[in-house]
Design a protein around this ligand. Structure first.
Ligand code: NDP
Ligand code: ZN
Length: 178
């Protein structure tokens, strides 16, 4: 199967896995919009051409947020892609504060491919927090999230200048128009 067909197969697989989920923003967008935005950022902003990274990006939240197993991903898409997905999957058995701290600590030690996926994931989520935040989040909580995202991204720098510039431009926009 060609790389492009495999990417489309992965997008379709992820859409089915995330079918019952919505994003937390008040537009309640279908969850699949987010992995599709992440892969689009990688390809069109980051100019990333490695299909294993692009395919892993579209699958990046399946293990963390749906009942998908690593065996399923390995069988359908291979172990290299599964490894990338696992690298960006939080251990949900840990308390949230610990998970967030681990993301900061692990960022510099991720593989190059996983760093690219993480960078695009942070761009997508921070854009959502700025433009379409989860219901009920105070300004303080939004700022805390953005500050945390910057700390994770600090450990990813050097991976892709285009994505880093895009991130820097995004966070230079004032959150509250002041
Ligand atoms: P959550 O982990 O609860 O939510 C953010 C995650 O939800 C994202 O990383 C993203 O993950 C997913 N998501 C889905 N839809 C959206 C959307 N529209 N916008 C953004 N993210 C979306 O956030 P935190 O618990 O980390 O809260 C952020 C900060 O606020 C933390 O620093 C925390 O300490 C603090 N906090 C403050 C509270 C307060 O009342 N002041 C209360 C609790 C926490 P994915 O890529 O996997 O989809
Ligand atoms: Zn994500």
């Amino acid at each position: 199967m060609s790389d492009l067909l495999k990417l489309l197969q992965a997008a379709s697989f992820a859409a089915k896995k995330h079918i019952a989920q919505k994003r937390k923003g008040n537009d309640a967008a279908p969850y699949i919009n987010h992995p599709l935005e992440v892969v689009n950022l990688l390809a069109n902003v980051g100019k990333v051409k490695d299909y294993n990274v692009l395919i892993a990006a579209v699958l990046h939240d399946t293990i963390e947020d749906t009942e998908t197993t690593k065996e399923e991903i390995t069988e359908l898409f291979g172990s290299d892609i599964c490894e990338y997905v696992l690298e960006v999957t939080d251990d949900k058995s840990l308390p949230k504060a610990e998970r967030k701290q681990k993301q900061i600590e692990h960022a510099p030690h991720l593989s190059q491919g996983a760093k690219l996926i993480k960078l695009s994931d942070k761009i997508s989520n921070i854009r959502d927090v700025m433009e379409n935040p989860p219901d009920g989040w105070s300004d303080e909580r939004r700022l805390e999230y953005i500050n945390w995202g910057e700390k994770v991204v600090a450990g990813l720098r050097g991976a892709n200048k285009n994505l880093e510039n895009h991130f820097d431009e995004l966070i230079s926009k004032k959150l509250f128009g002041k």
